[in-house]
Design a protein around this ligand. Sequence first.
Ligand code: NAD
Ligand code: MN
Length: 358
Amino acid sequence: MRNYKLAAIPGDGIGPEVIDAGIEVLKALQACRGDFQISVQHFDWGSDYYRRNGRMMPENGLDQIRNMDAIYFGSAGDPDVPDHITLWGLRLAICQGFDQYANVRPARVLPGVSCPLAGYGPGDFDWVIVRENSEGEYAGVGGRAHQGHDAEVGMDVAVFTRSGVERIARFAFDLARTRPRKLLTMVTKSNAQRHGMVMWDSVFEKVRPDYPDVTMDKMLVDAMTTRMVLNPKSIDVVVASNLHADVLSDLAAALSGSLGIAPTANLNPGGNFPSMFEPIHGSAFDIMGKGVANPIGSFWSAVMMLEHLGEKAAAARLMTAIERVTAAGDAMPADLGGTATTGDVTAAVIAAINQENE
Ligand code: NAD
Ligand code: MN
């Protein structure tokens, strides 16, 4: 039997609520399939750990999870700890430490879910946003000087490397190639950001001839937001820098019905380090502890994890179960207009997994 070691890092806010739900669903899937096993090890890293220890995870944290097959992450973010500490101390430390340079975010309207765009619904668009996840605007390069004085300055420097852009370009072209429409939209802001982004454009043009079967077009990021809203059917795979794709993918999540359903994979495509799977949303302070968080983003992230592990049949079974539940509509969480609790949605998805005839 195939056995996978999974590091669960539920983190803060609603993170533990949705990751616990996701693990329940994975256990149900494992029980009904019987051909793989997932051994989960929990890590209590996050803001409570920070309050006790002065850091978000132990100094040797990466070593503790280096040999895992995958990482299942909830959220980092706490009302009482500055966001740059929670983010850099945990999530970015893992993404950057494990060179998870490709962040992949599918977006589509699930059956039974209503799309905020008038006239659009399930099946009308099917996007994957690829986010450069290792450098760019979030490289962490910059500094502050003259702190507290009138002359105070704060600088964040966007870092684009030829090798970093080329590898995300190839990843995006390779992904576009696997999809029926084989369209790739490359997003930059190379009119205003006239150094790194102009290099980004030139690297894509250099890589492009290697993928004659993929149709690539180019958009400036501001225009891309309008295209997503006004012409969603024209889009297939989108690739953009760390900051631009971060923003575009929240918009994509909202257009697919709610931030609560959107999944993410942070991939180290070469497999030298474990990859990390997480819902897109954050700690959701306004609903934490209430048991009403939508766990579908966490479930869909588990689908991406199973695909990455090579468990395609189990992944498909889970995705089908999620879609049956949304289509049936009687276990919709509050963000999708229903009254179901996290536990209700979880129970419904587990029931759908068990009902499925393969
Ligand atoms: P958020 O995603 O936490 O919440 C935005 C809104 O969406 C809130 O109204 C929230 O209730 C709702 N929402 C989010 N997930 C939901 C779910 N599963 N079910 C139902 N409703 C849901 O974003 P924010 O408010 O900007 O950030 C809150 C904290 O989370 C901050 O500290 C931020 O830094 C952190 N954060 C962490 C990550 C991460 O770790 N990957 C991502 C985004 C934000
Ligand atoms: Mn984000």
